[in-house]
Write a protein that binds this ligand. Structure first.
Ligand SMILES: [Zn+2]
Length: 507
């Protein structure tokens, strides 16, 4: 099912984006009567009885303006007041407390009143339409219809963590089906490299500048980037703003190439979280395809396979990229060009998955939605055992017997300001003959998800401590939290526009 109503649903074809499932919209109304419904029923009954506001107010001993506030739903009446009003109007109390609005018009008025009171409407800075007998029925119908359509679009945009997890799981399945190889993006990258007459090998900062120039853009490094952004592209003046490159920081070539990727791949403002995620994967792929061009990497890998000496660190060193970029790029090309199925993961020191990919049958822990991010991998896996090694600067290789077969993995510890992570690449036993480091004697058994493997504490300890410990969990709330609202999720628009204004060329 495609959301045909969305004007931004035109997705780039042939890459990662496929039609998305519609998000169910909450349509149930509150069962208990609220102040608005009570007010409308009260006014209806009063008008039917032919009495004025003043008449009824006097009978129950309150001011006409106070009664008016109640009828307009702006004040919640106490039960004693409601009982007195029912008596004055000669109607049972239950009639005033019924949940259904008295007429269709009243129902529409209540819905419009609610919509106009919502914070999301106030944020638009538009005036509230006066709801009264002079508002034509068709205007009322149209306004209510538009408010409610807008609310449902907003509900779809605000992905819940569960939607986010499902979108992630679906995206990983599509990457797996393509063996993590995207020919269209490889083709675009190759064309661009030809256009700037790249001689081959690693791409320099100067070459990235030429690439931007070829597309009509210039790269501007600045030290006052808005805090909520990594890069900002000024599409009017054709500039890409980037942070000043600092030692140990993000590779600025990679950031620039990702920003350029949005332009080259024809990305539109993402219509929902799934499209946002697809775009992130695509720009990452695009940047990697330029940093480590297919036509340069593949011959190297083929030679290394011939020599039974494939090593991720050789790719890292040859193309001046991070180990993670090299490892991830290896997963793009290994199955397609070398016929080697692979898995990849980035996990925290606690074993929690941040990123992972597999097409070699390795069994990642997953939740009910199929998502693996935030799950904890087996303690016996190489990705975790690497943290126990005496020298964390060395790559660690080991075999692991799992319920889906034996895998050989190589893992490296990545030190970041957020703590230690491990980056792990693995292949099934039958492919290990091509890999450097296969002679390792490290070997472990993983019986996960059998709880007795590593999730269940040893019986002796459990007996001593069950019921006597109260740990407070470190929350991984940033991991797949709901997508923040806004066209560009998580970005502070005010900050970005002020920044652009400050930097835009004058005249
Ligand atoms: Zn285990």
């Amino acid at each position: 099912m495609n959301r045909a109503s969305s004007p931004t649903a035109s997705a780039p074809v042939g890459r990662l984006t496929t039609p998305r499932a519609a998000v169910p919209v909450e349509e149930s109304r509150k069962p208990a009567p609220d102040a608005l419904t009570i007010g409308r029923r009260l006014r209806h009954v009063r008008q039917e009885s032919g009495q004025t506001l003043g008449d009824v107010a006097q009978t129950v001993g309150m001011s006409a303006s106070a009664l008016s506030l109640i009828e307009n739903g702006k004040r919640e009446p106490r039960l004693s007041v409601l009982t007195a009003l029912a008596e004055a109007l000669g109607t049972p109390l239950a009639e005033l407390l019924a949940t259904a609005p008295p007429t269709r018009r009243a129902a529409l008025e209540i819905r419009l009143e609610r919509a106009q009171r919502a914070d999301s409407y106030h944020q638009l800075g538009l005036p509230a339409v006066k709801i009264g007998p002079r508002l034509p029925m068709e205007a009322l119908e149209a306004l209510v219809g538009m408010h409610e359509a807008m609310a449902s679009v907003q509900a779809e945009r605000a992905a819940t963590p569960e939607h986010a997890r499902m979108a992630n799981a679906e995206l990983r399945m599509r990457m797996r089906a393509a063996d993590n190889y995207f020919g269209e993006i490889e083709g675009m990258a190759a064309e661009l490299l030809t256009a700037i007459k790249h001689p081959g090998g690693p791409i320099s900062r100067a070459a990235v500048d030429r690439l931007a120039g070829h597309l009509g853009y210039s790269l501007v490094h600045t030290s006052d980037m808005p805090g909520s952004t990594r890069t900002v592209t000024d599409m009017t003046h054709k500039r890409v703003y980037l942070p000043q490159p600092e030692a140990g920081q993000h590779d600025s070539r990679s950031l620039a190439l990702q920003a350029i990727g949005h332009l080259v791949l024809g990305h539109q403002v993402p219509a929902d979280y799934a499209e946002f995620l697809s775009q992130r994967v695509e720009i990452n792929y695009f940047a990697a395809a330029l940093l480590m061009p297919e036509q340069d990497v593949v011959p190297r890998l083929q030679d290394a396979k011939q020599a039974k000496d494939i090593a991720i660190e050789d790719l890292r060193d040859a193309f001046a990229v991070s180990y993670e970029t090299a490892a991830h790029r290896f997963t793009n090309l290994a199955t397609r060009h070398l016929d080697i199925p692979v898995h990849f993961m980035r996990i925290s020191r606690e074993g929690v998955i941040y990123k992972a990919y597999e097409n070699d049958g390795v069994s990642f822990p997953r939740d009910a939605t199929g998502a693996i991010e935030g799950q904890r991998v087996c303690r016996q896996w190489t990705a975790r055992r690497v943290f126990e090694q005496p020298d964390l600067s060395q790559a660690f290789q080991a075999y692991t017997d799992t319920r889906s077969g034996t895998y050989w993995c190589t893992a490296v510890v990545d030190r970041t300001s957020d703590g230690l992570f491990s980056v792990n690449v693995g292949v099934p036993y039958q492919s290990v003959k091509w890999m450097r480091g296969r002679e390792t004697t490290h070997r472990s058994q993983s019986r996960c998800p059998d709880p007795s493997c590593c999730h269940q504490p040893p019986a002796e300890l459990a007996e001593r401590w069950t019921g006597h410990a109260w740990p407070s969990a470190r929350a991984h709330s940033h991991l797949l939290a709901a997508m923040p609202p806004g066209v560009f999720p998580g970005v502070d628009d005010t900050e970005v526009y002020t920044f652009l204004e400050r930097h835009a060329p004058t005249g």
